[in-house]
Design a protein around this ligand. Sequence first.
Ligand SMILES: Nc1ncnc2c1ncn2[C@@H]1O[C@H](COP(=O)(O)OP(=O)(O)O)[C@@H](O)[C@H]1O
Ligand SMILES: [Mg+2]
Length: 219
Amino acid sequence: MNQEALVEVKNLKTYFYTEEGVVKAVDGVDFEIYPGETLGVVGESGCGKSVTSLSIMRLVESPPGRIEAGEINFGGRDLTKIPEKEMRKIRGNDISMIFQEPMTSLNPVYTVGDQIMEAIILHKKVDKKEARRQAIDMLQKVGIPLPEQRVDEYPHQLSGGMRQRVMIAMALSCDPQLLIADEPTTALDVTIQAQILELMNSLKESYGMAIMMITHDLG
Ligand SMILES: Nc1ncnc2c1ncn2[C@@H]1O[C@H](COP(=O)(O)OP(=O)(O)O)[C@@H](O)[C@H]1O
Ligand SMILES: [Mg+2]
């Protein structure tokens, strides 16, 4: 197959400049992800998995962090070089990310429906009524029972597994080409972990996005 890579990471180096010295969190990483492909990234805790994914999203805390060298080619552009304004359009539109602990990414004072609707309105330019309809539809797609009811609940009213499903719904609401999942099941019970992985796999089939799946768990 002579298909073009969706993302091409070349010699990526992301360093942190701390009082104790330079932490070379990512030091010369190369990989490619092809459209519709799942790339598994496995490595022990602290080896630089999160910093790699945050670098792709350009969400590395700076200072102290900095992308020191390398290229992240996506859609014909090098994400390490484009202005922040351009990057904001890519984030959530073309590339979405879900994190280990959904409580840190969900806002406790808004209903899950409001948060999914905000993402939908921002990226799809639809009105509130249509966004609500799509939010309920997304909750249904990620396997949340009684979505018409759940849509008006707050994050703390949901279990950890349900919250992670909401995060997946938000991440997919804009139909990204790449979904970065940084240890999406680490905080969950083993049985729920299997359900979430199965869900992501089936959503990948129907949405056709590529997934960068990060874990420290070889199993
Ligand atoms: N804000 C930061 N300041 C200093 N060092 C950091 C910062 N964030 C991450 N690091 C360091 O970068 C390295 C890689 O971290 P990380 O990518 O989070 O690992 P993991 O593979 O567990 O996701 C670790 O040594 C970590 O301590
Ligand atoms: Mg990590």
